[in-house]
Design a protein around this ligand. Sequence first.
Ligand code: ATP
Length: 321
Amino acid sequence: MIKKAIAVMTSGGDSPGMNAAARAVVRTALYEGVEVWGIHNGYRGMIKDDMEKLTRFSVSDMIQRGGTFLGTARSSEFKTPEGRKKAFDNLRSHGIEGLVIIGGDGSLTGGSMLSKEFGLPIVGLPGTIDNDVWGTDYTIGADTAANTIVDALNKLRDTASAHRRIMIVEVMGHKSGWLAMMTGIAGGAEYILVPEVKYDLDSMCHELVEMYEKGKRYSIIVVAEGACSAIGLGKVVEQQTNIDTRVSVLGYIQRGGSPTVEDRMKASMLGEKAALAIISGISNVVFGFDMGKVVSINLFDAVNNKKTLDPELVRLARVLA
Ligand code: ATP
């Protein structure tokens, strides 16, 4: 069944490329002659009826911007059945027949509830810098965040080597070590600590001392925030090794910035697919990438499975350290 009006929203943590994805949804829908609404601030805006009809100019000058022009939020009210009913009633009052959600696994889980409880057609796009959505090897924003981190590692390496220091760098990733692992390998880190893999602090410190005795000038340790606190780790490492140690917590800088070509292109491709799918009556799917090709994943499979860290990356990190 062809839809007459759809909506798009961004939800959860913002990620660079969300704008490119939303832009592609809007322009594709309008190209197909379908009305498209933008929901402000995720589920919070849906509950507050904070939404507007978009035109092609609403998304002008957006493809190169980080953040999300629609705004994003986390809403505890949406986690209640009453909150979701309010949200659905608002969509219905505008004649919205399908929804494209750009967000992480929490946002997609919220979408799966709207589908189950009210039969609302949902298409999801994985938008998170964590790259932790099951069924896709790509999420919108992860490439840009990874490049921001590697750029920081390059700079920190210069100063670490000048002073023969150990540099500990904390990156985002509460439950997922993807960002730490990818950037640690790409940035030439000696150690990469992630929530998914146990590490032995004593033997790490012992190896560091040995390496410095053999003439090593500096080392980089990348830590995912979910593995341990970099500040606490820095104190212990300095105490155990007696080597000058510095800690750098990269923080929110990792979320911002103009999206890379990869994020702009992939977000645009996914946005087009999502709009065409929802317009033509396909629902309960998430579009992602597998081995460079666009794939569709069942929405319930995507939210009910946990993505694991590729053991090949863990192995490669050990070999190359
Ligand atoms: P990120 O990966 O960047 O953290 P996310 O989409 O996983 O993004 P969450 O905070 O987990 O971010 O989820 C965003 C919003 O989705 C929540 O604030 C809530 O409104 C909704 N949501 C999350 N989990 C559920 C759930 N189990 N049931 C209903 N709604 C949910």
